[in-house]
Design a protein around this ligand. Structure first.
Ligand SMILES: NC(=O)c1ccc[n+]([C@@H]2O[C@H](COP(=O)([O-])OP(=O)(O)OC[C@H]3O[C@@H](n4cnc5c(N)ncnc54)[C@H](OP(=O)(O)O)[C@@H]3O)[C@@H](O)[C@H]2O)c1
Length: 289
C-alpha cells in the first residue's frame, strides 16, 4: 500500500522512511539501502552527522531506481562545518543528487546557546528552499520553545519536526505533537520501536500483545507487537522513520497500513500505559534530561 502524508508546502512524503543513523551510524550503508529500496522503501533518512551520506548515495544509485521515485532527507550537523548552504552542497555531492526532498536542522542544542543563532539558521534554511537545494525544510528535536523562537520571524513555516516518539515518551512528545499539529508542522517519529527494542518488559507490553492477538485473528496473518506500535504511529498521523538490517522486518513494517486499525480503546490504553513511565532513548541533552 502506498500511503503518503502531505506537508504544508504541498509535498507528499512516503509514510515510512528507512534510517541510516543509529545502527548504521558511521557504517557503510550502501547494501542496506539498496536492499531496503528493493523491498519497497521509497523514503531514505540520512544526516551529515551519520558520516555515511556517500554510502547512502551509493545504495540509491545501486538500486537503479529513478531519483524522482525516491524521497531523500538529510540533516544539518549539530555543529555545521561552515555556512549551512555549503554544508548542504557537500551533502548533495556525496548523495549524488541535485536536490534533497527534505533538509532538517538536526538539533537546536548548540544554536540555542547563542542569542539569535536559531533564527539565523532558519533564515539560511529558507534561502536553501528558495534556491531549490531542498524541496522542503524542517527541524528535528525541537521543543515547543525552540519552534516558537523560529516561528516569530519565519516566512516559511517548517514542514516537519522529527522527534523521538513512542508510548514511553508520550508525556513530553505529545506536547510537541499537539503544538506541531496546531501550526501545520508534520511530526516525523524516530525510535518508535523502543518499547520492544530497548525497554521491553514495560507496562505497554500486555496491550501490545493483546492488540497483536486481535489483529492476527482479524487479518489471518501473524501480527507482531512491533507492528502494533507502527500502527499506533500511523494512526497518530506521523511519518515514521525506522531501520532494520533484516528484509523480513522491513516487509513487516511495510505491511502495517494494510492491517485493520487499532480501536480507540487500544490507542488510549497504549497511551495510558506509556504515560506510567518516562524513558528517552535519544537526545536527552536537547530535552534537558
Ligand atoms: N533526528 C534524530 O535525532 C534521530 C535520532 C535517532 C534516529 N533517527 C533516525 O531514525 C532511524 C531509526 O531510528 P531507531 O533505530 O531509533 O528506530 P527504531 O525503529 O526504534 O529501531 C530500529 C532498530 O530496531 C530493530 N528492529 C526493527 N524491527 C524490529 C522488531 N520488529 N523487533 C525487534 N527489533 C526490531 C532494528 O534492528 P534489526 O537490524 O535487528 O532489525 C533496528 O536497529 C535512524 O536510523 C535515523 O535515521 C533520527
Amino acid at each position: 500500500m502506498s500511503l503518503t502524508i502531505s506537508l504544508n508546502d504541498g509535498s507528499q512524503v512516503p509514510w515510512l522512511g528507512f534510517g541510516t543513523g543509529t545502527a548504521l551510524f558511521g557504517q557503510d550503508a550502501a547494501t542496506f539501502v539498496k536492499a531496503a529500496i528493493e523491498t519497497g522503501i521509497t523514503h531514505l533518512d540520512g544526516a551529515q552527522a551519520y558520516r555515511n551520506e556517500e554510502t547512502l548515495g551509493k545504495g540509491i544509485k545501486d538500486s537503479g531506481v529513478k531519483r524522482e521515485k525516491l524521497f531523500i532527507t538529510t540533516k544539518l550537523a549539530e555543529t555545521p562545518a561552515g555556512p549551512i548552504k555549503s554544508t548542504l552542497k557537500t551533502s548533495l555531492k556525496d548523495l549524488g543528487v541535485d536536490q534533497v526532498d527534505l533538509f532538517l536542522i538536526h538539533s537546536p542544542f548548540l544554536a540555542r546557546k547563542e542569542e539569535g543563532k536559531l533564527k539565523q539558521w532558519w533564515k539560511e534554511m529558507e534561502e536553501i528552499k528558495k534556491e531549490g537545494l531542498a524541496k522542503s525544510i524542517g527541524v528535528s528535536n525541537f521543543k515547543v520553545e525552540d519552534l516558537q523562537v523560529i516561528l516569530e520571524d519565519a516566512t516559511i513555516i517548517p514542514s516537519v519536526n522529527q522527534i523521538e516518539m513512542h508510548p514511553y515518551i508520550w508525556d513530553t512528545a505529545s506536547v510537541v505533537y499537539d503544538f506541531c499539529k496546531e501550526k501545520g508542522i508534520v511530526v516525523q517519529s524516530y525510535g518508535g520501536l523502543s518499547p520492544i527494542t530497548v525497554y521491553s518488559g514495560g507496562s505497554v507490553d500486555p496491550i501490545l500483545a493483546s492488540a497483536a492477538e486481535r489483529l492476527s485473528k482479524e487479518s489471518g496473518t501473524t501480527v507482531s507487537p512491533g507492528q502494533v506500535l507502527t500502527k499506533w504511529l500511523i494512526q497518530k498521523g506521523v511519518i515514521i522513520i525506522t531501520t532494520s538490517s533484516k528484509v523480513s522486518r522491513i516487509k513487516e513494517s511495510l505491511a502495517v497500513p494494510s492491517l485493520p486499525d487499532l480501536t480507540s480503546d487500544e490507542i488510549s490504553a497504549i497511551e495510558t500505559e506509556g504515560l506510567k513511565v518516562h524513558k528517552r532513548y535519544r537526545m536527552r541533552h536537547v530535552f534537558d534530561e
